[in-house]
Design a protein around this ligand. Structure first.
Ligand code: FEO
Length: 398
């Protein structure tokens, strides 16, 4: 895609990665992604972030289209993860900027990653302002949103916030603005991104949103480094979404995530789902053989209850469930009710092991059910009643 002038003298330059499906090695990007970066043409030509290394050709081409032979004076590195700093070394080598601005932790990351000796790096802690001509840029560190180096760059004259990963979505599109695409899909992809990348840092999100309010930053444009940009009333909409995501208020929804060997655990899970659904809870039944852990997390993140299922395997649980639970625990979901089901042949450790994971995630546990060999009607009834009991716990929580 060619550069887009998002405000007079301010350009989107990013790269659209239509074929990206694996995002950072742990999450799925079913609709591809974009690496957004931005160029402000002022007395000091300022580049904000770069793109993934494989798009170096795209970045050079975009820069040439906007700048011709003019040079880049300043570079702002909001975040050092390689999808945004992948071309930083090449930019420094080719364009030799006068200054590179980054956060205090950004400088450490930059040094460790690029091992530079003579880059003109200038650290800009929160509150620092720089003048680039007609415009100024100020910086707000957003440590652990989602890396220690992360920061936000704000241009008061344009009322633009360059927010890096925050407010991002994995969506490769020819459109650049949120108001040009389907809102429901945008919301879904934004939530998916949050659930898999930002969720553990929800307290930082709440703090950052409060700081933006306290500072009275007027924001008319939000420029994340992935996906669509927000303008006008959509800025408030995006911030409201983030406030709600970070508060993690549960919805009347349960996710049953399981794996199964000979379908006994699966049938128990289905019976639990029936009990929940009959009490009016919206249920997602997700088998780990058919769902990626990041897609499961996108459903878990706003659910009130998580029911986990596995048969006993080698005195523990099936490996796909161990993967799922490891991933889920790392993302630190809050305010959940948890329960477990599982079948077994002889030793029967599954439910105990699954319940331990739920307790480790501070979930409010509803006692699980295990069954030896093939479940019969009596077991299905117990599972159905368990679903109803979980539904009652959900209602008490909402
Ligand atoms: Fe989009 Fe944390 O990199």
């Amino acid at each position: 895609m060619r550069p887009v002038e998002i405000k007079e003298g301010v350009f989107w330059l990013g790269a659209v990665d239509w074929n990206r499906r694996d995002f950072h090695g742990y999450s799925k990007a079913h609709k591809g992604t974009t690496y957004n970066n931005f160029l402000i043409v002022d007395e000091k030509v300022t580049l904000i972030d770069t793109v993934a290394e494989e798009f170096w050709g795209t970045l050079q081409c975009n820069l040439a289209q906007v700048l011709g032979d003019r040079k880049i004076d300043y570079v702002v590195a909001n975040h050092l993860e390689p999808d945004h700093s992948g071309c930083l070394a090449k930019v420094v080598e080719k364009y030799q900027p006068e200054k590179i601005f980054t956060s205090p932790m950004g400088q450490k990351a930059m040094k460790a990653h690029f091992k530079y000796t003579d880059w003109p790096v200038e650290v800009v802690p929160t509150g620092t302002e720089i003048n680039i001509g007609k415009r100024t840029l100020s910086f707000l560190e957003t440590r652990m949103l989602h890396w220690p180096d992360s920061m936000l760059t704000y241009c008061p004259e344009e009322k633009i916030a360059f927010t890096n990963d925050a407010f991002g979505q994995n969506w490769a599109t020819s459109e650049r603005w949120a108001d040009q695409v389907d809102r429901y899909r945008l919301q879904e992809l934004m939530a998916n991104y949050y659930a898999n990348i930002v969720l553990p840092y929800s307290p930082v999100v709440l703090k950052t949103l409060a700081t933006i309010k306290e500072m009275g930053l007027e924001i008319e444009t939000i420029c994340p480094d992935h996906g669509l940009l927000f303008r006008g009333e959509d800025c408030a909409w995006a911030m409201e979404q983030y406030q709600a995501y970070a508060e993690q208020k549960p919805k009347n929804k349960a996710v049953i995530v399981y794996d199964t060997m000979w379908h006994s655990t699966e049938k128990m899970a289905e019976a639990v789902a029936c009990g929940l659904a009959d009490e009016g809870v919206s249920v997602r039944l997700m088998c780990m053989k058919n769902n990626h852990h990041s897609d499961v997390m996108a459903e878990v993140f706003d659910a009130a209850a998580v029911i986990v299922g596995s048969p006993t395997h080698n005195n523990g649980i099936l490996p796909l469930m161990a993967d799922m639970l490891t991933y889920m625990k790392g993302l630190r979901p809050q305010n959940k009710i948890g329960s477990a089901v599982g079948s077994f042949g002889w030793s029967g450790e599954c439910v105990k092991a699954l319940t331990q994971w739920l307790e480790d995630m501070n979930m409010e546990v509803v006692e699980g059910i295990k069954n030896q060999y093939v479940p019969d009607h009596e077991v299905f009834n117990k599972c159905y009643e368990q679903g109803k009991a979980i539904a009652a716990a959900i209602k008490a929580k909402l």
